[in-house]
Design a protein around this ligand. Structure first.
Ligand code: SF4
Ligand code: SF4
Length: 300
């Protein structure tokens, strides 16, 4: 079993066709611009939305560990007493209290995926495993990919690339498509903004490009952080030196909508507002890639 924090049906930007995307919880990176902060921790978490709380105290009464207290600021949870059992979320009538991260056995995930077979077949879509970092759950991911393979479901993996070459190749031999993140080429900046070096990520992409899988490269674009001409130029040179070019470079403009998620998690101090790239910035980056002969687009 592994922790799943979301399932997205009818996804049109997570690989070819219409897809079902399974989000696995836990990531070895901690990107300062992360718009899915609930994906980082590899454990169940409790979320609270103050604006949805009607003060009914159902959660307070349900908690056998007396971990919930109703205050003027809403429900406060004593994290030392809380066992993350989720009983408070079950009785919350408004969804103010929610849990993030559910343990699913393989059979249950496969049943969820197989319900989408018709849509996937008609659109030449499939399933995408995303995160967090799906390769953080390597054994579980391999089993899921094998099960999807038996059903002839098209398989895509959305990865940071921060894993061992062995694990990456094991996964690559079981799927048809990769969405592969490249964030910033300067390693010191990469360490500063993601918490890890990009050396393994870059060498893994070189390795992946020598296999049969199709690759889309995804670049989160943050103004003032990685939109400079030098970074785009270095990224383009790296891509052009790969054994096989990606099908597309997808530019994903940063947006600051994640602030509310950090509030829900009680981690607002971790939210760092970055600068959103304007249209002119996005166009400049696209044309820089095109000037290197690389197909690039916004979104996807
Ligand atoms: S998750 Fe369980 S232990 Fe934690 S506050 Fe809710 S009911 Fe109490
Ligand atoms: S059960 Fe939900 S709405 Fe009621 S007090 Fe608890 S968090 Fe607020």
């Amino acid at each position: 079993m592994s922790l799943i924090f979301d399932v997205k049906r009818y996804a049109i930007n997570d690989g070819p066709g219409i897809r079902i995307t399974i989000f696995l919880k836990g990531c070895p990176l901690s990107c300062v611009w992360c718009h899915n902060p609930e994906s980082i921790e590899k454990r169940v978490e409790k979320l609270f939305t103050r604006s949805k709380c009607i003060g009914c105290k159902a959660c307070v009464e349900r908690c056998e560990n007396h971990a919930c207290t109703l205050t003027k600021e809403g429900i406060l949870t004593d994290t030392n007493a809380c066992l993350l059992c989720g009983k408070c979320a079950e009785v919350c009538p408004t969804g103010a209290t929610q849990m993030s991260g559910m343990q699913y056995p393989i059979e249950e995930i496969m049943a969820i995926i197989k319900k989408e077979t018709l849509v996937m077949d008609q659109s030449e879509g499939g399933v995408t495993f995303s995160g967090g970092e799906p390769l953080f759950h390597h054994e579980f991911l391999v089993k899921l990919l094998d099960e999807c393979g038996k059903e002839e479901i098209h398989r895509c993996v959305d990865t940071t690339g921060f894993t061992s070459a062995k694990k990456l190749l094991e996964v690559a031999s079981r799927c048809e498509h990769f969405l592969y993140d490249l964030k910033v080429m300067d390693d010191e900046k990469h360490k500063q903004y993601t918490g890890v070096s990009n050396a393994q990520i870059l060498s893994n992409l070189q390795l992946l490009a020598s296999t049969d899988v199709n690759i889309n490269i995804r670049i989160p674009l943050i103004k003032g952080l990685n939109d400079d001409d030098e970074n785009i130029h270095q990224t383009a040179l790296f891509i052009n030196a790969l054994h096989k070019k990606p099908l597309m470079v997808n530019i994903l403009p940063y947006h600051s909508i994640a602030q509310k998620k950090y509030e829900k998690l009680g981690r607002i101090e971790k939210f760092i507002k970055m600068e959103e790239p304007d249209i002119a910035c996005q166009k400049r980056v696209i044309s820089l890639f095109e000037s290197h002969g690389i197909k690039a687009m916004i979104g996807g």
